[in-house]
Write a protein that binds this ligand. Structure first.
Ligand code: GUN
Length: 283
């Protein structure tokens, strides 16, 4: 049977309608969620992402500030801006777009963001809360992955979830979130032996390795939920995921397309985090 396509864009739009309604209610109480996005330098992909975040804020009635710093801005300058935003009451969420220019210490910058305003969920306090299971701001892409799985109607508890990739941004946090949902979780990575065999035992397979079409049907258990976090630019200029979509289509039960799967969820989860942060800061 052909897999069901998980429509990330449709799901994301539905969640945005809910966020818009919540925001209107909050605004009636005099609270407008506020997001500050900081972009350093001229990275083309980052510029597109930052533009999309700004647009989402406008669409949902959020207050937003975008700070565009030149590529030779100093670390001190960036840290001073973060300090100002940490203390600015109209801003509930701060996001520094990554990657940063090489002369800036990324860890020092992430550590400087107040955990209360860490809508990316990258601060060590947020990561710790994620592992402990406390109600914190969750990293956006992993939270989007969980939401997509839940909306298939397939329950996560008791299932074998295999995550391919162990990055700090996706692989590790998504594994922790799956564990929180009571899955039995296996993490595979570049040094894993028998990856195919392990992946083929997964009821839920999440792939985040950054290699175009690396995962085909021989990695997929019949009927599995396959979530593709990869976005790779092919030589033809087209986008492709880490999963070979056409190849897994006859084996998987559900699969996310690229584009139009996980991608649209990330910014929506950022907006949800900003709304949550605004509520927490006014509680
Ligand atoms: N660059 C690519 N993805 C992300 C993300 O999720 N957050 C930030 N801050 N930068 C990114």
């Amino acid at each position: 049977m052909t897999a069901q396509r998980i429509e990330g864009k449709v799901i994301s739009d539905a969640i945005r309608v809910e966020i818009g309604e919540e925001t209107a209610k909050l605004s009636a109480q005099g609270i407008q969620p506020g997001l500050a996005v900081v972009l350093v330098g001229e990275d083309a992909a980052s510029k597109v992402y930052v533009g999309s975040k700004e647009k989402a804020c406008q669409q949902l009635g959020f207050y937003s500030e975008v700070h565009r710093l030149s590529g030779d801005a100093s670390e001190e300058e960036l840290l001073a801006l973060i300090d100002r935003l940490n203390n600015q009451s109209t801003i509930h969420g701060i996001l520094v777009q990554l990657p940063l220019p090489k002369h800036i210490n990324e860890k020092a910058v992430i550590d400087a963001i107040s955990p209360m305003k860490d809508v990316d969920g990258f601060h060590p306090v947020s990561v710790g809360n994620l592992v402990i299971g406390d109600d914190s701001l969750l990293p956006c892409t992993p939270a989007g992955v969980i939401e997509l799985i839940k909306r298939t109607g397939v329950s996560i508890a008791g299932k074998h979830a295999v995550v391919i990739g162990r990055s700090n941004i996706v692989g590790k946090p998504v594994s922790m979130l799956l564990l929180r949902e009571n899955a039995t979780v296996t993490i595979c990575h570049s040094r894993t032996a028998n990856m195919e065999e392990i992946a083929r035992t997964a009821d839920i397979l999440v792939v985040a390795i950054g290699k175009a079409k690396a995962i085909g049907s021989k990695f997929v258990k019949p009927g599995a939920v396959v979530i593709d976090v990869g976005i790779n630019r092919l030589e033809t200029g087209k986008l492709a995921g880490d999963v070979d979509y056409d190849d897994v289509l006859e084996t998987a039960g559900y699969v996310t397309p690229v584009p139009g799967g996980v991608g649209p969820m990330t910014i929506t989860m950022l907006m949800l985090n900003t709304l949550k942060a605004a509520k927490q800061q006014h509680a």
